[in-house]
Design a protein around this ligand. Structure first.
Ligand code: PSU
Ligand code: MN
Length: 302
């Protein structure tokens, strides 16, 4: 699979110089945010990582290759192409073999990051166990990936479009540690608290790096969730977002939305129903995660 990798000049020289590199996903660009804010945010997130002393590597599937590090034109292509495919573990061979344009989810980005030797990956929110999974069986492939692919994933927790309690149970069963930064609670993406606790609060990049190093030195393969709450001034009011999520879930059910379309449908409806306010929160939390992730990559590299 190494032969499918194509490094950008910036990432290639970072690797050669032994500099810390931070992976970024592309589904958040193509399916998570509207154009042109998606491309603008992607660029700003990359710059935050550079300013913190690491090198950003946004990952996407373009022209039959796994591109690790994208140039401006490639970011624009992903952000502005409505036909970019959402690529998880299952979809990787199809998109690579057909040469189609693919945006990688958390699961697929973890696979590509590990192949590229990148230990830290920054995103907004990870997938999880959907509400009603006991009948729909809808459990994101992100969780399986975290159980065996050794990449630290910095996120703002999971959205309450999911069953957060069951998501944490699933991660526990599969031996995936959930860290929190700056508070004991596991965050709920738009809000700082989900009502559930993370497993271990580790506030500094050095503490997080020591935990992650130790896990991997023990031969315990698999990911680590580093959950970082949205900054207080950018969080959404809890009751408001709860009501909107309930409405979006009801509409998905009524319209029979299934499979990989569920998460993008919910994300888009939430954005419409909050008239863009959720987007501002989303952008703020991704930027904050970029800072935490870059500092972690620097600490792991030390
Ligand atoms: N959750 C979010 N924002 C996102 C996603 C999830 O709050 O953009 C995206 C990520 O790419 C994640 C994917 O990996 O959706 C999960 O999709 P699914 O539930 O179909 O596995
Ligand atoms: Mn699903």
């Amino acid at each position: 699979m190494q032969s499918f990798l194509l490094f950008s000049p910036e990432v290639a020289s970072a690797r050669a110089a032994g500099k810390p590199v931070v992976a970024l996903e592309s589904t958040i660009i193509s399916h998570g945010m509207p154009y042109p804010q998606n491309v603008q945010t992607a660029r700003e997130v990359e710059q935050i990582i550079r300013d913190a002393g690491a090198v950003p590597a946004t990952i996407a599937i373009i022209g039959g290759q796994i591109c690790v590090g994208l140039n401006d034109a490639q970011l624009e292509l992903l952000g502005a192409s409505p036909d970019a495919l959402k690529v998880s573990r299952r979809d990787l061979p199809y998109v690579l073999a057909t040469g189609k344009l693919g945006a990688t989810t958390v699961a697929a980005t973890m696979i590509c990051a590990q192949l590229a030797g990148i230990e830290v990956f920054v995103t907004g929110g990870i997938g999880g166990v959907h509400r009603g999974a006991e009948t729909s069986f809808d459990i994101s492939a992100d969780l399986q990936e975290l159980s065996h692919t050794s990449v630290a994933v910095v996120c703002a927790g999971v959205k309450s479009i999911l069953d957060i309690g069951l998501t944490l149970e699933y991660l526990e069963t599969h031996g995936v540690p959930v860290l929190s930064v700056g508070q004991p609670g596991f965050p709920a993406f738009f809000t700082r608290e989900s009502g559930f606790k993370a497993d271990f609060q580790l506030d500094t990049p050095e503490e997080q790096a020591a935990f992650i190093r130790t896990k991997w030195q023990l031969g315990l393969a698999g990911g680590v969730v580093v959950s970082n709450p949205v900054p207080a001034e950018s969080a959404m009011p809890g009751e408001e977002i709860d009501a909107i999520i309930k409405q979006a879930l009801g509409e998905a059910e009524a319209q029979g939305v299934k499979g990989k379309a569920v998460t993008p449908f919910l994300l888009a409806r939430i954005k419409e129903l909050t008239e863009g306010r959720s987007l501002a929160t989303n952008i703020a939390l991704v930027k904050h995660n970029a800072l935490v992730g870059a500092r972690l990559a620097v600490a792991l590299n030390a």
